[in-house]
Write a protein that binds this ligand. Structure first.
Ligand SMILES: *[C@@H]1O[C@H](CO)[C@@H](O)[C@H](O)[C@H]1NC(C)=O
Ligand SMILES: *[C@@H]1O[C@H](CO)[C@@H](O)[C@H](O)[C@H]1NC(C)=O
Ligand SMILES: *[C@@H]1O[C@H](CO)[C@@H](O)[C@H](O)[C@H]1NC(C)=O
Ligand SMILES: *[C@@H]1O[C@H](CO)[C@@H](O)[C@H](O)[C@H]1NC(C)=O
Ligand SMILES: *[C@@H]1O[C@H](CO)[C@@H](O)[C@H](O)[C@H]1NC(C)=O
Length: 415
């Protein structure tokens, strides 16, 4: 499975000093400059074959309604090269809880973009990848150094790098680790890793606040996509057996459905599906579930457990996705939790410790061990990640017909 180089890299990394989780929101420039001298990006490689793809690249833009993005010429052009996902939903507002969700399978009630830290007993996709030694990395444009934990960079002036758009840095189970923070890297390291064939099998890419549309508009982001992605898709090393998702953290209008323009491109997209659409209901949690199904990884036991799988993956595993009645689906609310300002509740949600989950590989051992004997707080087997919130995300119906004809159905808020 592993090249000699990979093993050496893993062993070498262990020899380094322990990293520290810091609560310093705004370090000084002098502190940043000092830390930069010792910070070293780390780029493990691995080659674990997947059912449908051998590499997954997750690229997120910001705050745009589906229709607004679809009208951008560059994004419309990209969609013709791959599969356009027409019912992919973000899970709440504002930004940070969506990034958080993509790594840990829940928002924990988060309803702000504050400096927040998630306790070390909460697992993430990094733990899932570790079960099969799948190398992962994040590339964050304009981050001052690998593993930086501060709120933003630069410290003043136009925003470039922001912590709220960095999924894994929010988790103490990542930042407490000696090695993991070093896999959260700058864009310059992306180009280094590309050149030296050291790209990981899973990567999350966050362009800066100009390029991702946050501080600009969809035209600027579309231009960035057009300059960034097509050259990579032509690069055999980057693209071969790779599945690239271009999506958005959330829609632009909070009162509109939280549906976001999402396209799958890359060498893993079968030729006959290029230029097609897929109207299956997906959320950010579907990506965690699809990574698990693709590489034989367990579930986090959170909202990834019941999430629909990307159709090209479900087709291979035989999983039957749920059809969701979208007539009242907004997915624009928050629910009570320890990271909520508006519906604070002290209790950290307990994940499922038992069940097969949509990916079919059960729950991660570390999750079973940590939460042994406790009952799941939420209805994590549901494909729609809401169960008791206020407002209009209750009563969303979902159903499916299994292969032998058995019909199943459910409804949010009706546990
Ligand atoms: C971080 O990346 C930016 C571009 O994204 C680059 O200008 C800068 O020099 C990099 N900084 C370090 C410390 O590598
Ligand atoms: C964002 O990145 C681009 C290059 O990709 C750079 O030109 C720009 O200066 C960066 N930051 C801002 C605030 O525009
Ligand atoms: C918000 O909705 C309006 C009206 O439909 C639309 O013109 C605008 O582009 C939307 N905003 C974003 C950021 O998508
Ligand atoms: C969600 O959307 C509905 C329908 O437009 C709206 O009534 C509600 O206020 C929105 N909720 C939030 C939290 O923005
Ligand atoms: C996980 O950590 C949180 C915060 O420290 C704590 O409240 C919770 O009880 C812990 N859960 C378990 C199962 O240990």
């Amino acid at each position: 499975m592993f090249t000699k180089q990979t093993l050496l890299a893993f062993v070498g990394a262990l020899a380094l000093a322990a990293a520290k989780t810091t609560t310093e929101v705004n370090p000084t420039q002098a502190e940043i400059d000092a830390d930069r001298l010792t910070a070293r990006p780390y780029s493990p490689v691995s080659n674990v074959r997947g059912l449908v793809f051998d590499r997954f690249v997750n690229i997120w833009l910001e705050n745009t309604d589906y229709e607004t993005a679809a009208a951008d010429a560059n994004l419309a052009k990209l969609a013709k090269e791959g599969i356009l996902l027409t019912n992919y939903f973000a899970v709440t507002h504002p930004s940070e809880p969506n990034y958080c969700a993509s790594a840990g399978g829940d928002t924990f009630g988060m309803d702000s973009d504050d400096f927040l830290q998630i306790p070390a007993n909460v697992s993430t996709i990094a733990d899932l990848f570790d079960t099969r030694h799948i190398a992962w990395g994040e590339y964050q444009e304009d981050m001052p150094y690998a593993g930086y934990q501060g709120m933003r960079y630069p410290l003043s002036g136009a925003n470039q790098y922001v912590r709220k758009h960095n999924p894994l840095v929010l988790y103490d189970s990542v930042t407490n680790d000696a090695v993991r923070p070093r896999q959260i890297k700058n864009f310059t390291t992306f180009y280094d890793d590309l050149e030296h064939h050291r790209l990981p099998q899973h990567m999350f890419i966050t362009p800066n606040m100009t390029n991702d549309a946050h501080d600009t508009n969809i035209g600027v982001a579309g231009n960035w996509v057009e300059s960034f992605l097509p050259p990579l898709l032509k690069n055999e090393y980057f693209s071969k057996n790779s599945l690239v998702l271009l999506t958005f953290d959330e829609s632009g209008n909070y009162t509109h459905p939280n549906r976001v323009f999402s396209v799958l491109v890359g060498g893993a997209v079968p030729q006959h599906l290029k230029g097609t659409t897929d109207d299956t209901f997906y959320t950010h949690y579907s990506i965690i579930a699809s990574l698990s199904a693709n590489w034989g990884l367990p579930s986090l036991g959170r909202w990834d457990c019941g999430a629909n799988l990307l159709d090209i993956v479900a087709e291979r595993t035989g999983y039957v996705n749920w059809e969701v009645d979208l007539s009242s689906a907004y997915l624009n609310q928050t629910y009570p939790g320890p990271l909520s300002d508006s519906h604070y509740s002290a209790k950290w949600p307990v994940p499922l410790t038992d069940g097969e989950c949509s990916a079919g590989n059960g729950i991660a051992k570390v999750v079973k061990k940590t939460y042994h004997g406790l009952h799941a707080t939420r209805d994590y087997t549901s494909p729609v990640p809401y169960d008791e919130a206020s407002g209009n995300n209750l009563g969303i119906k979902y159903s499916r017909t299994l292969k032998h004809g058995k019909k199943q159905s459910g409804i949010t808020g009706n546990q």
